[in-house]
Design a protein. Structure first.
Ligand SMILES: [Zn+2]
Ligand SMILES: [Zn+2]
Length: 190
């Protein structure tokens, strides 16, 4: 597992919005070791952890580079990792980061925080963020070639562009009454 895959576990956790033990088990899959080991305490760890990770993504979207670094350093301190060389096949050695034998919730957080921290060092905090569609709220990693990603998915990008296009069209039609310019936020969902 490389750091990008770990960073993706941060994205997946935030977007899953785990609030209950049932949701937690559904998120990992009923047969996974996480589902079998999870307790209410893990729900709390992951819910709080997701909230703090979301803050980091929000700093990314807002261009608050130092705040993103600071928030990640606090999280790194709270979730120390134990690196370990692993191989699922002979010769296929790679580093796994683990949470020093702690609960599954702490384990997930340790990997997620480490992955996002390395991601920031490799690509910068502008390379992750919160979806620009306010009705969505999902977070994302920006792997685009031109560093311009603002939406979590094609679906949100399209929906938002359609809404903006309609708002512009309406603005043109209603131009004589300039003080009644439509507010984008009140555009009905597509
Ligand atoms: Zn592995
Ligand atoms: Zn979205």
């Amino acid at each position: 597992m490389n750091f990008e895959e770990y960073a993706r576990t941060a994205v997946d956790l935030v977007n899953a919005q785990v609030e209950t033990l049932d949701q937690l088990r559904a998120f990992y899959g009923a047969e996974s070791w996480q589902a079998l080991e999870a307790t209410e305490k893990d729900v709390t760890v992951l819910r709080r952890g997701a909230k703090r990770l979301r803050d980091v993504f929000e700093h990314g979207s807002a261009g608050r580079d130092n705040d993103a670094v600071e928030a990640l350093n606090v999280l790194l301190e709270a979730h120390p990792v134990q690196p370990r060389i692993s191989g699922h096949e002979v010769g296929d050695w790679h580093i796994h980061v683990t949470g020093r034998g702690s609960s599954m919730g702490m384990e997930h957080m340790a990997g997620a925080v480490w992955g996002l921290a390395v991601w920031l060092c490799e690509f910068g905090s502008a390379r992750f963020g919160v979806c620009a569609d306010e009705r969505c709220g999902n977070v994302y990693l920006d792997t685009s070639s031109n560093c311009c990603r603002r939406f979590c998915s094609e679906r949100c990008a399209t929906r938002s562009h359609v809404a903006a296009h309609r708002a512009r069209k309406r603005a043109v039609i209603e131009e004589p009454a300039a003080d009644l310019a439509p507010d984008l936020a009140t555009t009905s969902p597509v």
